[in-house]
Design a protein. Structure first.
Length: 209
């Protein structure tokens, strides 16, 4: 019985490793030429497996993209949420957030640069989920530094400024050095949020009459 259990576990482990290998091969090809242009035959060749093997692990394109995106997302740098929220003021928090988002943009750039959200439903769903997560973090950040209150417009503005599209345009299309792009993005965030409450500023001493 022990031998049979060991063999079954060994088979499961090998199948999981094979599935991960196929997902990694698909991710590499999607980065190189886009998901829409990548065929199952391409993936089989790149992974060094048979075509039926690819289909056995990923019977549908939806499942294939799920495996691919999970592989890519699993290697992405995590946002240091607690560090960002613990920043002493809004400018410091904005700098930390922009720097962290830049690291994520750099990681996802090979795939996001293909702009396939509009043709691959799963990618559109994932992008929407990422935006919602960013908006939630921004709302927490603004509440901490600006106090309670509805700030739908500011949250929407921050989420838009932090998007991959704007970063990509500044760095790749306009050719800005990354530190310069970060400065631009931080300035945009602070301009959108407006001045901090008077209680958080350092008022100048009044002149005596």
């Amino acid at each position: 019985m022990a031998t049979r259990t060991y063999n079954a576990e060994s088979r499961r482990r090998k199948q999981a490793e094979l599935k991960a290998r196929i997902a990694a091969a698909a991710a590499e090809l999607h980065a190189a030429k886009g998901g829409s242009a990548t065929s199952y035959a391409d993936i089989a060749k790149h992974a060094g497996v048979s075509l039926p093997t690819v289909y056995s692990h990923f019977p549908t394109k939806h499942e294939l993209f799920q495996g691919c995106t999970a592989h890519v997302a699993g290697k992405a740098p995590a946002l240091p949420v607690e560090k960002i929220l613990a920043a002493p003021d809004l400018p410091a928090a904005a700098e930390l957030l922009v720097a962290a988002m830049e690291q994520q943009h750099l990681h996802f750039e090979p795939w996001l640069a293909w702009r396939e959200d509009g043709v691959i439903p799963l990618l559109a769903e994932m992008s929407a989920g990422i935006r919602e997560g960013q908006a939630a973090l921004v709302a927490r950040l603004l509440k901490r530094h600006l106090g309670p209150g509805a700030r739908r417009e500011i949250v929407a503005g921050w989420e838009s400024v932090l998007s991959f599209d704007l970063w990509h345009r500044l760095v790749r299309q306009h050719g800005l050095p990354r530190p310069a792009a970060r400065r631009v993005l931080v300035q945009c965030l602070l301009a959108i949020s407006g001045p901090e409450p008077a209680s958080k500023s350092n008022p100048r001493p009044r002149r005596r009459a």
